[in-house]
Design a protein around this ligand. Structure first.
Ligand SMILES: Nc1ncnc2c1ncn2[C@@H]1O[C@H](COP(=O)(O)OP(=O)(O)OP(=O)(O)O)[C@@H](O)[C@H]1O
Length: 574
């Protein structure tokens, strides 16, 4: 397990070049500043001491604004580069996190605490921005610029150089002392924000349920309390941040005053001339500036460390491996060849989804998975879908470990329809499909009437989650969508549950028509599904406690002594 600090460092690489350029531009601005101070001191001294005329100082007077402009330009470029670096690093992180989450898949991800993920993806990564754009270049600058200024001041006035050198470390030292105390506060602030975010999202998602049970007010009060907690922890962090800035500013001001007092006395005693004294005095505030800024940046760093701590577990999911592709020649034209070989899925805590399932589904055949609740039907399906990888044994589709989804289609019990037209939904898995193919698929899924029914036909807009369709219509659109893909392996979960008799028949006819062109595997909870969807000689695998308990055919439904009768009479009794 990596540490948050190592995590921040590792990700710096993506923005190294713009970061280096940002530091380079800041240093250029520092050099221009030294030149500017020198010119200004010279002009002031010549006018004040030697009564120089305008003609004599016109050149430095013209050069001064030019220097200022150049310096502003350099600072602007430094900011641009630093922001570009942060943007690049954050972009890379988001892409990586997206890949890892996709690799985990919906099952291993479990029920994702969506607020945590949302917070990580958006706020968490965003909180790293000031660290990369501010803290890192600021650190580099604070290490180099003060040294450069001391280097310039030393030959001119060694006493001031000494004062600068002695007072400089006080600021970072004070900052570190203060920082130690705030680290804990920052972590508390993140935790409070995560709690608030999670609760708020939950309340929004469950709004209907909360309203139905008339607990809306209680929930609102809870969210209000959590947001108040968040306010309090934020105020604590801000209080420390302001106080520490005050302390650092005070230290810097006192240090500048010490330099000024030393110069003042020596001017009085004639130990230093006005031009040199002024030059050092003008540089003094600039000497402390990068150190003072470190105070602000240091808080960005604390914030980033706290955010990184929350992000780390999300980044520790393994990167997905690309499934090995099967050469096209090895594929049977009748459909996919599916093999479970002693497949084990271990969810940890001794919970096994599958406990050594062995099963062969020949190409072009149809098989139903049945079994009591918790027998492992969904787990077997998730293995085929590549949402889970077996912890033991193998699951092969056409001879290759399951995971390549390019040749399969999946119709879950509650299919997800995207917001878009009917056509968009049907073409989701086959963007090249033409209207004729879409209509044929709708026809096959007994949903052709939808084209006439919906205003706009294939262009009819569907609401998110298909909210304006009935459950049965959604299922039929989802089946049509699966068929458009012309899959070699068609996976379905209770394809006919909740449908009227006519639709049930139409769908079972559609599935039967796939025979010989696709392998079909479906989960069935009810005997009707088997009776209406399968042909008498289609295979039925009875699972029990993650293993194959019996392999029979749909005809066994009528055998009172067969495994199916036993299973469904149990279910009926329950
Ligand atoms: N994400 C998970 N984390 C932990 N245990 C799980 C997870 N998913 C399933 N299980 C466990 O694995 C076993 C098999 O579950 P699975 O969902 O495959 O059964 P099923 O036959 O599909 O059940 P049902 O008919 O109720 O849908 C169960 O004991 C279940 O508690």
């Amino acid at each position: 397990m990596s540490t948050p600090k190592a995590f921040l460092k590792d990700h710096k690489a993506a923005g190294r070049r713009p970061l280096n350029r940002a530091v380079g531009w800041s240093l250029a601005a520092g050099v221009l500043l030294i030149a500017q101070a020198w010119l200004l001191a010279d002009v002031l001294a010549s006018v004040a001491l030697f009564g120089a005329s305008l003609d004599e100082v016109v050149r430095p007077l013209v050069a001064l604004p030019l220097l200022m402009l150049a310096r502003a330009g350099a600072l602007w470029l430094a900011d641009l580069e630093a922001l570009a670096a942060a943007r690049r690093i954050k972009g890379g992180m988001r892409a990586e996190l997206g890949r890892r989450l996709a690799g985990l898949g919906p099952v291993r991800l479990g029920r994702p605490p969506s607020a945590e993920f949302g917070l990580g993806l958006v706020e968490g990564i965003e909180a790293l921005g000031p660290y990369y754009a501010g803290y890192l270049p600021g650190m580099a600058l604070a290490a180099v610029l003060p040294l450069a200024i001391i280097g310039v001041v030393l030959p001119i006035d060694w006493i001031s150089a000494l004062v600068l050198a002695v007072t400089a470390p006080l600021i970072p030292l004070a900052m570190i002392l203060i920082g130690k105390g705030t680290e804990r506060l920052n972590q508390a602030q993140w935790a409070a924000m995560a709690r608030l975010g999670a609760r708020f999202l939950e309340s929004l998602q469950g709004l209907t349920t909360l309203k139905l049970f008339a607990v809306g007010r209680r929930e609102a009060a809870l969210v209000a309390r959590l947001s108040d907690d968040y306010r309090k922890t934020t105020m604590k962090v801000l209080r420390v941040a302001f106080l520490s800035s005050l302390a650092l500013e005070f230290l810097a001001s006192v240090s500048i005053a010490v330099v000024a007092v030393f110069i003042g006395f020596r001017l009085l005693w004639g130990e230093i001339d006005l031009a040199r004294g002024l030059f050092v005095l003008l540089l003094a505030p600039e000497f402390y500036l990068p150190l003072r800024r470190l105070g602000t940046h240091y808080h960005a760093r604390l914030d980033a460390v706290a955010a990184a701590e929350r992000l780390l577990p999300l980044f520790e999911a393994p990167e997905p491996e690309a499934p090995p592709a099967v050469p096209a020649g090895a594929r049977d034209p009748r459909g996919a060849h599916v093999v479970f070989e002693d497949a084990v899925v271990d969810f940890g805590d001794g919970r096994r989804g599958l406990d050594g399932l062995s099963l062969k589904v020949p190409p072009g055949t149809t098989l139903a998975l049945v079994g009591p609740s918790g027998a492992g039907k969904s787990t077997a399906m998730n293995l085929l879908l590549g949402f889970l990888a077996p912890d033991g044994g193998r699951v092969l589709i056409d001879g290759a470990p399951a995971g390549d989804r390019s040749h399969l289609a999946w119709v879950p019990q509650s299919p997800y329809l995207i917001r878009g037209s009917l056509r968009d939904n049907l073409r989701l898995g086959a963007p090249q499909a033409d209207d004729a193919a879409l209509l044929a698929a709708l026809e096959a899924a007994s949903a052709a009437h939808l084209v006439d029914l919906l205003p706009g036909g294939l262009d009819a807009p569907l609401a998110e989650h298909g909210r304006d369709l009935s459950g049965g219509e959604m299922r039929r659109v989802a089946l049509a969508r699966a068929l458009v893909r012309q899959p070699r392996l068609l996976l379905l979960d209770e394809p006919t549950a909740g449908l009227d008799a006519a639709s049930e028949q139409a769908i079972s006819a559609a599935l039967k028509a796939r025979r010989g062109t696709a392998t079909v595997i479906l989960i069935a909870h009810r005997p009707q599904t088997l009776r209406h969807t399968l042909a008498a000689d289609d295979a039925v695998a009875v699972l029990e406690a993650g293993r194959l308990a019996a392999l029979t055919t749909a005809a066994a439904l009528d055998d009172p002594a067969g495994p199916l009768a036993a299973l469904f009479s149990q279910a009926g009794a329950a």
